[in-house]
Design a protein around this ligand. Structure first.
Ligand SMILES: Nc1nc2c(ncn2[C@@H]2O[C@H](COP(=O)(O)O[C@H]3[C@@H](O)[C@H](n4cnc5c(=O)[nH]c(N)nc54)O[C@@H]3COP(=O)(O)O)[C@@H](O)[C@H]2O)c(=O)[nH]1
Length: 716
C-alpha cells in the first residue's frame, strides 16, 4: 500500500492535500505533519514513504533543509519529494533541487496536476522499488551461485583427489625441473613416502639414482616431442625391497594455454600378471615329469643358436638320446617305475647344463642335449659322457635299473641349415645307432637319409613279408675258448625285401613287437632254425647248438613250450641243440609265469641262456631261481675290456658268478685277438663275435665247416 506524507505548517493545507492525495488511488495511505522535525522522527522510526509532498516555506526549517535531512536517512535517498511553493525564481528551485527535490507544484495547487504528478511519481517509485528488489535478488542469486560454484569446484577437486588416491595405480606429476608436484596416496604407500613430503623433491632424491635417471630421460623426451611416450614395463623396488613390475605411461601435463608444464606418470602393477605369464610360459616350455625344458623350448633355443652360428664362428651339435631299455622297464616294472627312471635320468643329465649346454626331454624316453661351441672331439666326448651317466644303475622299486643309450648327433651348419633339418637328421642318426644294435652314438651322414616308412605301411609290408617268406636267418658262430672250435651258432633274423634291400632286426622287430607280428615271426624263426639245423646234420656236418632269440611277447600267451615242442618234433632236431636266449627283462615281467614255462621247456631238454647279461636288472636271485644253462656277457662290456677297469671287473664278476653257479659263460662282441685272449685268461667258456665270423647265410656256415673244420681259433 503506497504511503504519502504531507508536510505543511498550515493545518488547512494539510487537509486539502491529504484529501487530494487520497483520491490518487483506493489503497493510498496518507500521513500528514505540520512540523518537519516530527515528520523526520516518524520516518526515522521505520516508516518509509513512497512519496513526500512538502511545503517549502515553514517555520524553523524550510523545504530544502528538510529534504537534505530526509535524504540522509537510510533508504530515503530515492523517495520522490514534491515541493509546493509560491516562489517561481530559478535560484530557489535550484536550491530545492540541490537538496534533493524531485518535482515542484505551484501554489495554489491545481488539483488535477497534483494527482497526475503524484500518480506518476508513485509509479516511478514503484518501479524503483521493483528494480531495487530485483537487483537485490539478483545480487543474492549471484552471490549464491558464486558460492555454489566455488563449493562445486572445491568439492569436485576434493572428490577427484579421493578418486586418484583410491586408484590402485601409481599416479604422480612432475614439473619441468623434474620435481614432484603431485603424488597419489597409493604411490606414497607403495614407495614408502608421505605424498605431502615429496612436493618439490626429485625422483633421484626419493627413489634413488637409477629410478630418477630413467624417469628424467623419458620426461625430457616428452618436453621435446610434446607427445606421450608409449606404455613400457619397468621394475620398481617397493618400500619392502620387493621388485615389482609396472606398466608405465607418461604424458604431457598442460596449463590453460596449452603449454607443457610437466609430466603425468601413471603405472599399473602387473607383477601378478607377469608372474602368471611366466608360470604359463614355464608350463608350456617344460616337461611336467622331469622339469627339464621341453621340445618347444629346444626349438626356440636351437633357432637362436642357429642364428648366432650363422656368423660362422660356432658350431652347435644336437644330441638326440633314446634309452635302449626303457620299453622293458615300463613293460616289466610298470609305468610308475618307468617314470621314476626317467626322472633319475634327467637328474643325471642336469649337470651338463652347467657347462652352458641345454638338456631337454622331448617326450617318452627321448632326451636331447644341445651342445654349444661343439667340435667333433667335444661331441664324441659328450656322447660318451651321456652314455656313461645313463648306464649307471639306479635303485627303483628295489631293482637296480640302467639303460644303454642310442644317440644321434647332427651338427649345425654341416648337417642342417635350420631347426627342422637338424632335428630330423639327429633323429635319423639316432635310429641308425639303434639299428646298429644300440648302446652307441652315430653322427648324421647323408646316406642315412633314405625315406622312412610310416607305421601303417610297415605293418602291411611285414604281413606281406611273412606270407612271401621274405625273412631269412643268418648264423653267427660261437666258439669254445678251451678248444677254439665252433660249438654253436646264433640265429639272427634279416628281412630281404622284394627290391633286394636287406633290413636288419632293428629296422622292423621293434614295430613287430608293438603290432603283435613278433609272435608269427618268432614261430617262423624257431621252425626255420630247427629245419636248418637238421639240414646241416643231413649234410654230414657235426651237431651245432642253435641259439634263438625270444621275445617277451612270446611268453605272454603261455603257448611257448607247446610251440617249441612242435618245432622240435616236426624238424626231428635233438632238443638239446636248441638254445633259447632270453633277456633279463623277460625273466622279470611275470616271474612265476615265466619260470613255469622255462621249467616246461627245460623238461623238453632245450637249453636256456640269459642274453645281454649285465645290462638289465641283474638280479642274481633270478639266475638262481630259473633253470638257466648259460650267461651271455653283453658286448658293451667286451668293447673296452682291455682299457676300462670297471668293464674288466664286471666281466670277471660274471665269469666268477657262472663258475660258482655252474653255468656256462659266453662273451658276445669279441672282435680282437686281445679281447679273446683276455677272456680266455679270465676263464670264460665261449665267445661269439666278428673275430670268429660275422652273422652269415647258412650255406657259408656249411662252407666254413667244410673248409676249416670246427677249429676257428687256437685252443688252450
Ligand atoms: N626276438 C628276436 N630278436 C632277434 C632276432 N634276430 C635278431 N634279434 C635281435 O636283434 C638284435 C640285433 O641283431 P643283429 O643286428 O643281427 O646284431 C647281432 C650281431 O650282428 C651283433 N654282433 C655280433 N658280434 C658282434 C661284434 O663282434 N661286434 C659288433 N659290433 N656286433 C656284433 O650283435 C647282435 C647279436 O646280439 P645278441 O642277440 O645280444 O647276441 C639282437 O641283439 C637280437 O636281440 C630274432 O630272430 N628274434
Amino acid at each position: 500500500m503506497p504511503l504519502v506524507i504531507i508536510l505543511d505548517d498550515q493545518v488547512t493545507n494539510q487537509h486539502i492535500f491529504a484529501k487530494i492525495a487520497a483520491s490518487i488511488s483506493e489503497d493510498i495511505r496518507v500521513q500528514t505533519f505540520g512540523d518537519p522535525e516530527v515528520a523526520l522522527a516518524w520516518i526515522a522510526d521505520g516508516h518509509t514513504p513512497d512519496l513526500v509532498i512538502t511545503d517549502y516555506k515553514m517555520p524553523g526549517m524550510n523545504g530544502a533543509a528538510f529534504i537534505k535531512r530526509l535524504r540522509m536517512l537510510p533508504e530515503l535517498e530515492d523517495v520522490p519529494v514534491v515541493v509546493i511553493t509560491v516562489f517561481e525564481e530559478r535560484s530557489f528551485r535550484l536550491r530545492a533541487l540541490d537538496a534533493g527535490a524531485t518535482d515542484f507544484l505551484q501554489s495554489p495547487v491545481d488539483h488535477q496536476e497534483f494527482v497526475t504528478r503524484a500518480r506518476n511519481l508513485l509509479k516511478l517509485r514503484k518501479q524503483q522499488l521493483m528494480l531495487a528488489d530485483r537487483a537485490v535478488s539478483l545480487e543474492k542469486r549471484l552471490a549464491h551461485s558464486e558460492r555454489s560454484l566455488e563449493e562445486a569446484v572445491r568439492d569436485s577437486s576434493e572428490r577427484l583427489g579421493q578418486v586418484i588416491d583410491a586408484v590402485p595405480a601409481l599416479i604422480c606429476a612432475t614439473d619441468r625441473e623434474h620435481r614432484f608436484i603431485f603424488m597419489n596416496a597409493y604411490q606414497g604407500e607403495v614407495m614408502g613416502v608421505e605424498p605431502v613430503e615429496m612436493t618439490g623433491r626429485t625422483a633421484e632424491e626419493l627413489f634413488g639414482e637409477e629410478h630418477g635417471t630413467r624417469n628424467r630421460a623419458l620426461d625430457r623426451l616428452i618436453f621435446e616431442s610434446g607427445r606421450a611416450v608409449s606404455a613400457f614395463e619397468e621394475e620398481i623396488v617397493d618400500r619392502s625391497g620387493r621388485r615389482r613390475v609396472f606398466l608405465t605411461t607418461k604424458s604431457p601435463l598442460k596449463d590453460s594455454h596449452d603449454r607443457i608444464v610437466g609430466v603425468v606418470t601413471s603405472a599399473l602393477d602387473i607383477t601378478e600378471r607377469k608372474a602368471s605369464e611366466r608360470h604359463l610360459h614355464y608350463i608350456a616350455h617344460h616337461d611336467a615329469l622331469t622339469g627339464l625344458p621341453n621340445r618347444a623350448m629346444l626349438r626356440e633355443r636351437l633357432r637362436r643358436e642357429v642364428v648366432r652360428a650363422r656368423r660362422g664362428d660356432r658350431r652347435v651339435a644336437l644330441h638326440l638320446i633314446d634309452l635302449d631299455s626303457f620299453k622293458s622297464v615300463n613293460d616289466v616294472l610298470g609305468h610308475s617305475a618307468g617314470d621314476k627312471f626317467l626322472v633319475a635320468v634327467a637328474r643325471r643329465l642336469r649337470p651338463i647344463e652347467q657347462e652352458g649346454h641345454m638338456v631337454t626331454r622331448l617326450g617318452g624316453d627321448e632326451f636331447a642335449i644341445l651342445e654349444i661351441n661343439a667340435t667333433e672331439e667335444s661331441s664324441v666326448a659328450l656322447a660318451e659322457r651321456i652314455a656313461g651317466l645313463v648306464t649307471e644303475p639306479t635303485l627303483i622299486a628295489g631293482q637296480r635299473i640302467s639303460s644303454t643309450t642310442s644317440i644321434g648327433i647332427a651338427v649345425h651348419p654341416a648337417d642342417g641349415a635350420d631347426v627342422e633339418e637338424l632335428l630330423r637328421n639327429a633323429d635319423l642318426a639316432m635310429y641308425a645307432a639303434k639299428r646298429a644294435g644300440g648302446n652307441q652314438h652315430r653322427f648324421y651322414a647323408a646316406e642315412l637319409d633314405v625315406p622312412q616308412l610310416g607305421n601303417a605301411v610297415l605293418d602291411a609290408e611285414l604281413r606281406d613279408a611273412l606270407e612271401r617268406e621274405e625273412f631269412l636267418l643268418h648264423y653267427q658262430p660261437q666258439v669254445s675258448m678251451r678248444t677254439g672250435e665252433m660249438v654253436g651258432v646264433e640265429a639272427l633274423i634279416r628281412w630281404r625285401k622284394q627290391d633286394g634291400t636287406m633290413v636288419p632286426p632293428y629296422g622292423f622287430l621293434p614295430r613287430a613287437e608293438e603290432n603283435g607280428l613278433i609272435v608269427p615271426i618268432s614261430d617262423w624263426v624257431l621252425r626255420e632254425a630247427c629245419r636248418q639245423s637238421m639240414l646241416w646234420r643231413r649234410e654230414g656236418l657235426p651237431p651245432l647248438r642253435v641259439g634263438i632269440n625270444l621275445s617277451p611277447v612270446q611268453f605272454r600267451s603261455q603257448t611257448l613250450p607247446a610251440v617249441v615242442a612242435r618245432a622240435v618234433s616236426e624238424s626231428g632236431i635233438e632238443a638239446g641243440l636248441l638254445d633259447l636266449e632270453l633277456t633279463e627283462s623277460i625273466m622279470m615281467q611275470d616271474a612265476d609265469a615265466v619260470a613255469g614255462q622255462l621249467h616246461q621247456l627245460r623238461e623238453l631238454g632245450v637249453q636256456i641262456s640269459i642274453d645281454d647279461f649285465g645290462t638289465g636288472f641283474s638280479s642274481l636271485s633270478y639266475v638262481k631261481r630259473f633253470p638257466v644253462d648259460r650267461l651271455k656277457i653283453d658286448q658293451s662290456f667286451i668293447r673296452d675290456i682291455k682299457t676300462d677297469p670297471s668293464d674288466c671287473a664286471i666281466v670277471r664278476a660274471i665269469i666268477h658268478l657262472g663258475q660258482t653257479l655252474n653255468l656256462q659263460v659266453i662273451a658276445e662282441g669279441v672282435e680282437t685277438k686281445e679281447q679273446f685272449e683276455h677272456l680266455r685268461s679270465e676263464g670264460c667258456d665261449e665267445a661269439q663275435g666278428y673275430y670268429f665270423g660275422k652273422p652269415m647265410p647258412p650255406e657259408e656256415i656249411s662252407q666254413l665247416l667244410r673248409e676249416k673244420g670246427l677249429k676257428l681259433a687256437a685252443g688252450m
